[in-house]
Design a protein around this ligand. Structure first.
Ligand code: DLL
Length: 427
């Protein structure tokens, strides 16, 4: 029965030795089998033999989403098409999708890592897991599914949507664990309440939430609402899917990067320089074991920082503040939706259902924050005034806050759409 992997608590030296060996393998594999890497390494004047220790990876060129797009569909694969057992595609909110492939060994490693993540969250063999991540080309559903089975859990493969049915299944089957985007977990919670049920009385005791940025305020909302632990699960399809990093329930202090399979770096997004642990910047990931599609120094666009290990030897990443391409630049100030979320959830009169609208009026950018008030508060002007003040104090921007009736903000089944940018649309 899977439990804690020995490598999770191995010494830092043992981990570094493994990383060095696997990094060298991954570089050689990419160089030998993927024309893009051969050209890029040659152009940069580097060779896989140049890697003596993990930090030498900084000499190798970055890989970007554009490189993956240019190689659409199979140009980044390092094994013959016949050896690929499964394809997924990235959500691709902007531009064309990118296809990712897995060999049988990649699928096994992925299942192991998701099993490890569920275990870290407190899941154990024999428990029941309700998977509300979408099934299909998105990696969330099938990734969660295989990992839960690998751990020895009983999986309920519900996928996203049809929320009343989700509630019915939770009531009837009594799952222990929920795997869903945080925004969809909230939708399920609201549906329970709408049916006159107390979410605290369901069987759910653990949630693994991810696939979108969320805040400590949102964690508190879910944990108190459901009487459960909610941990942060991170991943991206280009590198694997869910299970690149996961928080441990005993510390809840940011996801541990599963460093035996991924080598993380933080860089300055403008200069590309590698930053020391603790400094905020863009997360860059190199795969150490992937056969079908090794990725070398992939620029995730996710903003985080690396922190020392706590519950495990492996380093942690700070909760993702946002993606560099989700960053709102309002009159020259950089703001992430998660910062707004953190502030609004400090007020118990406001609900976590919100949307940020950006407009350009007479060449001046405006942010209008639409938030659902908790029942009974709709006509009270005080929360909006106070939040406006708190945002001005904390973030230095003036925003308009509008309280809207419950149920008017669009609900998401998967990743929530927090920002509506109408600035490029001319009236
Ligand atoms: O979202 C994989 C996943 C599925 C992760 C289920 C966790 C749970 P993509 O669709 O390729 O893959 O989107 C990846 O989502 O680069 C981040 O911007 C964001 N993201 C993923 N997990 C988190 C998280 C899946 N825990 C992109 N916190 C990533 C914040 C996250 N953002």
């Amino acid at each position: 029965m899977p439990g804690l992997d020995a490598i999770e608590t191995a010494s830092r030296d043992e981990l570094t030795a493994l990383q060095t060996m696997r990094l060298r393998w991954s570089l050689e594999h990419a160089y030998a089998h993927v024309p893009h890497y051969r050209h890029a390494f040659d152009a940069a004047g580097v060779h896989p033999d140049d890697l003596r220790e993990p930090a030498d990876i900084a000499r190798f060129p970055f890989t970007t989403k554009q490189h993956l797009r240019d190689a659409y569909p199979f140009g980044m694969f390092a094994v013959p098409r016949e050896d690929i057992r499964r394809l997924h595609a990235s959500s691709g909110t902007t531009g064309s999708a990118t296809v990712v492939g897995y060999t049988q060994s990649d699928l096994d490693a992925w299942a192991e890592l998701v099993a490890r993540s569920i275990f870290a969250a407190g899941g154990r063999a024999g428990m029941m897991v309700h998977v509300a991540y979408g099934y299909g080309l998105f990696t969330g559903g099938l990734g969660a599914h295989a990992g839960a089975e690998r751990l020895g859990c009983c999986v309920v493969p519900v996928s996203g949507g049809m929320t009343p049915r989700q509630v019915q299944l939770i009531r009837d089957l009594r799952p222990d664990i929920l795997m869903a985007t945080p925004s969809y977990a909230l939708v399920i919670m609201d549906e329970l309440r709408a049916q006159g049920l107390d979410p605290r009385e369901t069987s759910l005791r653990t949630a693994l939430c991810g696939a979108e940025p969320w805040s400590e305020g949102m964690r508190a909302e879910l944990e108190q609402g459901f009487a459960m632990d909610a941990v942060d699960l991170y991943g991206l399809s280009e590198v694997l899917g869910p299970g690149v990093a996961c928080e441990c329930v005993e510390s809840k202090d940011g996801p541990h990067v599963w460093e035996d399979h991924f080598y993380p770096e933080i860089i300055d997004p403008d200069t590309g320089a590698v930053l020391p642990d603790g400094a905020p910047g863009e997360l860059v990931l190199t795969t150490l074991s992937r056969q079908a599609m090794p990725v070398i120094r992939y620029r995730t666009r996710d903003l985080s920082c690396l922190l020392p290990g706590t519950a495990r030897t492996m380093r942690r990443m700070a909760r993702i503040a946002g993606r560099s391409d989700d960053m709102i630049v309002l009159r020259g100030v950089n703001v992430f939706p998660s910062q707004i979320e953190e502030l609004l959830l400090r007020d118990a009169r406001l609900s976590p259902h919100y949307q940020i609208e950006l407009r350009r009026d007479e060449r001046l950018d405006r942010m209008i924050l639409h938030i659902e008030a908790r029942p009974g508060i709709e006509s009270d002007p005080a929360p909006a005034v106070e939040l406006r003040h708190a945002i001005k104090q904390a973030l230095g921007i003036s925003v308009d806050v509008t309280l809207v009736p419950a149920g008017t903000i669009e609900r998401s089944v998967g990743k929530a759409k927090r920002v509506r940018d109408l600035r490029t649309i001319t009236p």
